[in-house]
Design a protein around this ligand. Structure first.
Ligand code: PLP
Length: 443
């Protein structure tokens, strides 16, 4: 009956005889929902549509091995087998997740000898990877942070930070971070903006492997940032999506978090196990708040539960069990640490190889930032129009090796317009061709 009414309503002929509510819905309910802007996935789509055999995708934020293939860490395979073989039940986890995972995640970040761990001052909940951790943090601060509802994020920052915090109910403000002239850190600008922010502002800090620039403050600069943050009574929010993946050493990458803890800051932290364990699709992460006391931790913990319960009730268990196995089993843990170092080292060596190839081609540009930056991404300094050329242009390259001294060079190199390339997409097999393309569009 209802469907025949809809049919008639669409024809328009006898709409006037229908109840008004049906006539009003003759247009689609979502007719005025606007089309959103093209997202990063646009790169993957353009890459897939390109039929050139030697195309290169440097847009994806996931590790690839030297054959350009996704990599499942052997330690993850072993841990997963152990989890499956132990035939655990599939009951719900508690609201804050798998305790053996969250306890180990906190130790990985803060260090087992930290005062906060020893005195049980860390409120922690499992999260839907790093993004979920940031969102829980944003929601918690919007609800409970007493001084301000503004969060300062670096310029530029990971593209999702703005949306996550805005949707959490915070106002997003920017602080200076990147100096496009030096393709390095604008440390003075950063400090100036942190000093100028109203006392008690929330400040987002990338703990390591800043995305998208790959530019991190030095340890000395972190100490100065800590002083400014303390002086201004700001509230630091660390995003640590790449612990171990940046330098190859989980302790070194956690330096700023551990420094701030030792300096007596109160702060919060988002952790992701997507990159350092390659658990991207398993969505394993944690959000923690470093509290003043064990008593405060209890209250904060209860509010985290109140926040999470209506969001998703409780997190998935499988990935967290894998991560817990790796973090808690000494042998597997050692193996994992070596594998993380292996991934970081491959990235570091691809940076060096790209720079060398550019120099061998006679590029007049200073490419030292490629090797001084760290982590999955390199901020090349290439302009949007040069990135466009990298994807689309076909150029004529002269070379003494080629038969007639020249050959057509199709770039088909895909990455974001801001000049960010994922170093994880570079291999010993494609680095020469990539360097040729970059040299072409920058000469
Ligand atoms: C800086 C930063 N934070 C957080 C994330 C969140 O990642 P995920 O939700 O996959 O853990 C990413 C992912 O690229 C990132 O680069």
């Amino acid at each position: 009956m209802l469907s025949s009414c809809r049919l008639v309503a669409r024809s328009g002929a006898i709409q006037s005889s229908l109840p008004r509510t049906i006539a009003l819905r003759s247009a689609s309910t979502w007719a005025s929902v606007p089309q959103g802007p093209p997202a990063i996935l646009g790169i993957t789509e353009a890459f897939k549509a390109d039929s050139f055999q030697e195309k290169i995708n440097l847009g994806v934020g996931a590790y690839r091995d030297d054959k350009g293939k996704p990599y499942v860490l052997p330690s993850v395979r072993t841990a997963e087998k152990k989890v499956v073989d132990s035939a655990l039940d599939k009951e719900y986890a508690g609201i804050t997740g798998v305790p053996s995972f969250t306890k180990a995640a906190a130790i990985l970040a803060y260090g087992s000898s930290s005062d906060a761990i020893k005195n049980d001052r860390i409120a922690i909940t499992q999260s839907i990877s790093g993004t979920g951790a940031l969102r829980i943090g944003g929601e918690f601060l919007a609800r409970h942070y007493p001084s301000s509802k503004k969060i300062y994020i670096p310029t530029p920052s990971w593209a999702n930070h703005n949306a996550v915090f805005k949707d959490s109910g915070l106002e997003v403000v920017k602080y200076k971070y990147y100096n496009k002239d030096t393709i390095g850190l604008d440390f003075d600008g950063m400090v100036e903006d942190l000093k100028a922010a109203p006392e008690g502002s929330i400040v987002l800090l990338h703990a390591c492997a800043h995305n998208p620039t790959g530019i991190d403050p030095s340890e000395q600069q972190w100490r100065q940032i800590s002083d400014v943050v303390k002086e201004k009574r700001h509230y630091p929010f660390f995003d640590m999506a790449y612990q171990g993946f940046a330098s190859g050493d989980t302790k070194k990458d956690a330096f700023p978090v551990r420094l701030f803890e030792s300096q007596g800051h109160h702060f919060c932290l988002a952790q992701s196990f997507a990159k350092n364990m390659g658990l991207y699709g398993e969505r394993v992460g944690a959000f923690s708040i470093c509290c003043e006391s064990a008593e405060e931790k209890k209250r904060v913990d209860s509010q985290l539960k109140i926040l999470v319960r209506p969001l998703y009730s409780n997190p998935p268990v499988h990935g967290a069990r894998i991560a817990a196995e790796i973090l808690n089993n000494p042998e597997l843990n050692q193996q994992w640490l070596e594998e993380v170092k292996g991934m970081a080292d491959r990235i570091i060596s691809m940076r060096a190889l790209l720079k060398k190839n550019l120099e061998d081609l006679g590029s007049k540009h200073d490419w030292s930032h490629i090797t001084s930056q760290i982590g999955m991404f390199a901020y090349t300094g290439l302009k949007p129009e040069q990135m466009d050329k990298l994807a689309k242009e076909v150029s004529r390259i002269c070379t003494k090796d080629s038969y007639d001294g020249a050959y057509m060079h199709q770039h088909s190199v895909y990455a974001t317009k801001d000049g960010r390339i994922s170093v994880a997409g570079i291999t010993t097999g494609n680095v020469k061709r990539l360097a040729e393309s970059i040299h072409q569009v920058t000469s």
